[in-house]
Design a protein around this ligand. Sequence first.
Ligand SMILES: [Zn+2]
Length: 283
Amino acid sequence: MTHGDGMLPDALCFQSPEPLIDIGANLAHESFQKDLDAVLERAARANLTAMVLTGTDRASIEASVELTQRENPVALYATAGLHPHHAGDFDSSLKRFIEDFLDHPRVLAVGECGLDYHRDFSTPADQRRAFEAHLEMAARTQKPLFLHERDAGSDMLDMLRQWRDEIGPAVLHCFTGDRDTLYGYLDLDLYIGQTGWLCDERRGEHLRELVVDIPGNRLMIETDCPYLLPRNLPAKLKGRRHEPALLPWIAREIALCRGVSEAVIARDTTANARRFFNIPDPA
Ligand SMILES: [Zn+2]
């Protein structure tokens, strides 16, 4: 098969030397509706073997879980939770809705959930209340947690410390914070997700140093597509939509920062994702 789907220029048709897992892809996003099959084919060619689709509200949870049940060239799984932006919508009916999905065999984690004080789409009080409920669900089900935090590291650390003994494994997805916050998370034995944010020569500069400090057995990678298109791609992309097939570029950047090979990053992050989410090994 050629790369003639019309979306990715040849310079952006990467292939990882070892299998990769994208732990955060928003494939239920409307921008993927038209050409999802081509997106998944490209991801398979790039050597992605599994993806975890992020459920952030009722609609995206439902749509993501539906996608996991199709015949796909890449194994698809999902998470179920409420993004802190929508925390004002959290109530007992939404909690039951999430709990029902947590029983689904393709739903591997509680989240996306957490705290985001960068944008005030929901009040901090509403965010803490919704997040507390997600911590409680994670403790009860012992499913791993998929966490989001921006400009709220101190409150996030406080709440995680209170729940640390009750909850199981947790990943801070798309970590972009400072060194103290990173070490706080690592002290709580969290996994750390890295996106193409560190490909940004301006706002990602501090992360290029910090990514070296994440232990190899705690690092995972994700596109967070369609958001966070890497800024240093070797070719322009029409529409500027990020997609899973570009994950090898992020792995390569992380490898450069850490002074190891792409294969090492792929092997470590894939092993971590399989262990963390309990994703079965391919036959
Ligand atoms: Zn997020």
